[in-house]
Design a protein around this ligand. Sequence first.
Ligand SMILES: Cc1ncc(COP(=O)(O)O)c(C=O)c1O
Length: 394
Amino acid sequence: MVAEKMYELGTKKSTIRTIFEFGRKRAAEVGEENIFDFSLGNPNVPTPEFVKQAVVDILSEMEPSAIHGYTIAPGNPEVREILAKSINERFGTQFSGKNLFLTAGAAAAITISFKALCEAGDEFIAFAPFFPEYRCFVESVGGKLVVVPPQPKDFQIDFGAFGKCVTPHTKAVIVNSPNNPSGAVYSEETIRELASVLQAKEKEYGHPIFIISDEPYREIAFEGYTVPYVTKYYANTLVCYSYSKSFSLPGERIGYIVVPDEIADFGRVYGAIAGAARVLTHVNAPSLWQLVIARCAGRPSDIRTYVKNGRLLYQGLIDAGFECVKPQGAFYLFPKALEPDDYAFCERAKKYDLLLVPGTDFGCPGYFRVAYCIKTETIERSLPLFKKLAAEYR
Ligand SMILES: Cc1ncc(COP(=O)(O)O)c(C=O)c1O
């Protein structure tokens, strides 16, 4: 009667959703302030004042039909020119408006990219730990997700393991840096090596292999870490960007795909992106927010809270006896669980009202994710509880 797969996707509760609901229930029992909810990647830093001002200015200066009307599917041409110029200024690239396709955030950007590229039998590679939605997005377009095992010492790429996953069926490799959930930023060396492996494989197989660079956390990179702009290292790259995290706008749904001129057959790739967007009912990215991001292009993200929270939590976890890679960006830590079964570990943490997400959900059993985009004071009060939890394992 209905599509079984869709029913399953729509009704099966995700672990994060289940944890969230548990948190709501406990909050009603013991009070909001006694729940330490580290489960959600919802930015707690307020949307910058300049974004609010841009909204107010646009609403008072422009004609309603120019604000709220349809735009062409790739997005307002002037907006795309402004954004391309801003990317060029910051990263030394040479894009123009025609290289951009505006989308409803990164989720839409990556799904459109998967659909645009996927042909029967195609494989898409992700590096564990990875954003769990990749699996559902890739499978929804008929592709197969191939997972490269993690390199836990630093969560960079294990190139030995990666080499074994690339086959003539590989259509694209998904890169997410700064990473959800590990907080790692891929170094320039990692990106160079990835590019060199893929260039050799493209030659061997005689067809392009794309990198899909999923970059909603690009702006959230800590001091000493730069996020290489992947198109400068590898021509067959699609960049998927979003303002959900950088400007704390996750509910507004705005982002873009960059398709560089150098990509194999620009016209066909851009055309397929437009086609994929069309069948996925894109129509156009939210019109008001297209105008807002154009006015805010190049403005900085406020990452001070994330820097402070990351340092505090990292040190607290290390002091409590956890093993954890130092945060380099985004707003997540991905420590090792204190028992092999990460579900059992996260269940035990609930005793202290610490809400953590098992690593298995990210393709990495034995670990857990802590999202620290929450109040600093909550993190401070959680540290003795992490200590108590760790003491149970001694
Ligand atoms: C790695 C990663 N990619 C994509 C997304 C989706 O972001 P958006 O809100 O821009 O769709 C998220 C959201 O948490 C994410 O963590």
